[in-house]
Design a protein around this ligand. Structure first.
Ligand code: ADP
Length: 402
């Protein structure tokens, strides 16, 4: 039997099919550029067979249908033809204050997902579309929603409230929610396994550094604070998002640059961060490093801003946790860039964080420690795997709690 994970984005649907026992990946892939020119489906199976073809796909529903067709007609000797799917796990971005765990999807849950359309306009609508498509295509198969916000449900009120009139929290639910929770949960769980220590006695700062970036303070397996807030815009500087800024900058942009809310939203979410600051027309850290190597001072400064912010948050969360056992680096930049890890950890000897240059430079795709012998704090690189975490949580809900 298999468990299928569906991750719908604003213009893509990713899927991973795991074998239920042992969670071996049997097939995965992505439908990209949905509703745009050049929609493409790319797939991979256990035998390593890869396919990629362009095809017209207008919406998420059609993309899920395409994935179902691929899975039904899969040509791989390790996978039995026909689909014997035990459960489907969906990544859903926003569950607000109502949801703190994976849930079996029914009409009430769909209503809750709908009620957060306004707070996650790029994700929750396509998440729901993916769920409804699966209900049609795989009737009778139990479906589970795993929410990005759920892991952060344990953040205490003093950390999630903003210094705004309390009524805005009571009536409009303006508060910190936090995102990327599935990744932070996966890497902190994996860190405990890797260190062979019980989760409930570990204090971890988890740094997810990809296109989107966030840091979470994890105390005994529970998120107690995180850098993303009401939306994913707050916190670290990211690929194209600005992260923390003085909110008064918004009024300045309105008054002096005559920008309307839509333009400001675009500026802060899509034109800022590494893209805006480095000014090389790319937000990819590899391109930015190439520019640095050619002597581009602006690119160099963008890297410094990026890493300084991370360092500042690690410091803040070390204090919030009252000391830490481990710092974890994950996602595209966190897993693959020794230079970023080195810059972040530079000068933290007095905080007990010392990395070993040689271990840091070793590139592998597995979990590893990169701290030096004398470092009291462990520094870990852990490849994130949100799909596996969703699969684990889906199976836990379907099979262990019944
Ligand atoms: P997402 O899933 O949010 O799109 P990823 O976790 O895949 O993001 O991270 C994407 C980012 O990882 C890219 O923008 C790129 O900057 C960075 N990245 C990937 N490989 C490397 C590398 N070898 N060195 C530095 N940065 C890298």
């Amino acid at each position: 039997m298999y468990v299928l994970i569906i991750n719908t984005g604003s213009s893509s649907v990713k899927f991973t099919m795991f074998k239920k026992d042992g969670l071996k990946v049997m097939a995965d892939g992505i439908v990209e550029r949905i509703g745009q020119k050049g929609t493409k489906i790319s797939t991979k199976t256990t035998e390593g067979k890869r396919t990629s073809r362009e095809i017209q796909v207008a919406n998420t529903r059609q993309a899920v249908r395409l994935i179902a067709d691929f899975l039904t007609n899969i040509n791989d000797s390790n996978i039995q033809p026909g689909m014997d799917i035990a459960g489907i796990g969906h990544r859903v971005v926003h569950g607000g204050e109502k949801i703190n765990r994976p849930v079996l999807i029914d009409d009430r849950i769909k209503q809750i997902i709908k009620s957060f359309f306004e707070l996650a306009p790029l994700h929750n609508p396509s998440n729901l579309e993916g769920i409804e498509a699966c209900e049609d295509i795989f009737p009778g198969v139990p479906q589970v929603a795993v929410f990005d916000t759920a892991f952060h449900k344990t953040i205490p009120q003093h950390a999630y409230l903003y210094g705004l009139p309390y009524l805005l929290y009571k009536e409009d639910k303006l508060r910190r929610y936090g995102f990327q929770g599935t990744s932070h949960q996966y890497v902190s769980r994996t860190a405990a396994d890797f260190l062979n220590r019980p989760m409930d006695e570990l204090k971890i700062v988890s740094c997810h550094l990809g296109s989107g970036c966030s840091i979470t303070a994890v105390d005994g397996g529970r998120s107690i604070d995180t850098s993303m807030g009401f939306t994913p815009l707050e916190g670290l500087m990211m690929g194209t998002r600005c992260g923390d800024i003085d909110p008064a900058i918004v009024f300045y942009l309105m008054e002096h640059k005559q920008l309307d809310p839509r333009q400001i939203n675009e500026l802060l979410n899509k034109q800022s961060g590494l893209l805006g600051l480095a000014g090389i027309g790319s937000n990819d850290m590899r391109d930015i490093f190439q520019a640095c190597e050619k002597g581009n001072c602006q690119a160099d400064m963008a890297v410094k801003v990026f890493t300084y912010r991370i360092k500042k948050y690690i410091g803040a969360y070390t204090f919030a946790l009252g000391g830490i056992d481990a710092v974890v680096f994950t996602a595209g930049i966190g897993e693959n860039s020794p230079s970023i890890r080195e810059l972040v950890c530079q000068g933290l000897k007095n905080m007990g964080i010392i990395i070993d240059p040689q271990k840091n430079a070793t590139a592998t795709k597995t979990c590893r420690e990169i701290q030096s012998e004398e470092s009291p704090v462990k520094v870990l690189v852990i490849p994130t795997d949100e799909e596996r975490e969703i699969a684990l949580q889906t199976l836990e809900l379907l099979y262990e709690e019944r």
